[in-house]
Design a protein around this ligand. Structure first.
Ligand SMILES: *Cc1c(COP(=O)(O)O)cnc(C)c1O
Length: 388
């Protein structure tokens, strides 16, 4: 073009090809919807599934790809994909792998919104849903149309530990896929793929974010063909994540193993203290010797999340428990976990799943990064509200 471009055109089209020479120690935020191709041939030959190409913002930028690489590296598998929440990682997996008439085996203690999605697949698309007891893999009933075995360990809220190797062995003997929601272990505490998982789901919203301010989920897989199936479903659903959110998680990842381990120690100290509290029937923390699921936990896990539950004695009423939770000063009342701040949630007896073995009501604690003794003192003052 001979004519000098107007200032307004130059505003619209600066030299995009200029690359920075800045050598920083961060992964930059690279945003895109449109991705420009050099030639018509390259545009026509684009491959949506090729991880070495950039074709459209929804399908990844260098920032989102970097996070995928790191997550695949943590799990020691070739493939990771990002979804806008832990729940969408669950629903995308179910939708990608199941068709009408297929049967899924689900533990009754799994994350409730995932179960709700599966129930809608059951009523809308005639996917068959059966529940199994994760503590008794020998009772597993595999039928001709069983396609997928779902595992969550420990179970949401009630913390039963599943025998992953035994369950996976039975499933694989029948050609059934094993998907595990391993959010509690966070890629740190459980070698899920080594123990038999085919697909691992994480709510990155938790420890990997660490800031109580990002929603994201991931799916990691070993198999190329399962990866392709999942990726195609993600693309069909149009599910992508923000590079800014990926940047926040990339910033948190170097220290999340440290946070996980420090919080684990704090939570175990607090849980052991609570075991001595006379108003408590049971402390559901699998890393505590004598707690339900401890033996399987000790065999398969190398650490524990700082998330556990307590069961009150049956004579303690829900009203008293609500008052107990509201009188906590350092523990806040809210969903999700994985950030710096400690949380507590009371559950009603009729919210508990069929396998819940106790009479009393339950409170789930998330132990954050506060000083352990401050948290113990806070719990002690809250227990005093139950005395009168
Ligand atoms: C939080 C959580 C999820 C859902 O994650 P979101 O990002 O909140 O959608 C799924 N499974 C487990 C076990 C969780 O703790």
């Amino acid at each position: 073009m001979s004519r000098k471009l107007s200032r307004w055109t130059q505003l619209v089209q600066p030299d995009f090809s200029q690359k920075t020479s800045l050598k920083s120690l961060t992964t930059p935020v690279e945003r895109a919807s449109t991705v420009v191709f050099d030639t018509v041939e390259k545009l026509r030959k684009r491959d949506w599934l090729d991880k070495n190409q950039y074709t459209y913002g929804l399908l990844g930028t260098p920032t989102t790809r970097k996070l995928e690489e790191q997550l695949a590296m943590i799990d020691g598998v070739p493939h990771a994909m990002l979804l806008p929440s832990g729940l969408s990682a669950i629903s995308t997996t179910l939708l990608a792998l199941l068709k009408s008439g297929d049967r899924v085996l689900m533990p009754s203690n799994s994350y409730e919104p995932g179960l709700t999605f599966l129930r809608s697949l059951q009523s809308q698309f005639h996917v068959e849903l059966d529940f199994y007891d994760p503590a008794h893999p020998e009772n597993l009933v595999i039928k001709e149309n069983t396609k997928l075995l779902w595992i969550e360990t420990p179970g949401s809220v009630t913390m039963e530990v599943a025998d992953l190797p035994a369950l996976a062995k039975i499933a694989h003997a029948h050609g059934v896929l094993v998907a595990i929601d391993a959010t509690w272990a966070a890629g740190i505490a459980l070698p899920a793929f080594e123990l038999g998982a085919d697909i691992v789901i994480q709510a990155l919203t938790k420890y990997q974010s660490g800031g109580s301010d990002v929603m994201m989920g991931s799916i990691t897989v070993e198999s190329d063909s399962i990866y392709q199936q999942l990726r195609e479903m993600q693309i069909k659903l149009g599910l992508g994540v923000s590079p800014e959110d990926c940047h926040l998680i990339l910033r948190s990842l170097p220290h999340y193993p440290l946070r996980y381990r420090v919080q684990d120690q704090s939570a175990r100290t607090i849980a052991a203290k609570l075991q001595q509290q006379p108003l408590i029937e049971a402390v559901l923390h699998p890393a505590l010797p004598g707690a339900p699921g401890h033996n399987i936990w000790a065999r398969d896990f190398s650490a524990a999340a700082s998330l556990f539950s307590i069961v009150f004695k049956p004579e303690i009423t829900q009203v008293q428990i609500d008052r107990f939770v509201e009188s906590l000063q350092l523990f806040h009342l809210g969903f999700s976990w994985g950030g710096a701040v400690s949380l507590a949630i009371p559950y009603l007896r009729n919210q508990m799943h069929a396998g819940y073995a106790y009479e009393g009501c339950l409170v789930r604690f998330y132990i954050g990064l506060e000083d352990t003794q401050d948290l113990i003192t806070d719990l002690e003052q809250a227990f005093q509200t139950l005395d009168n």
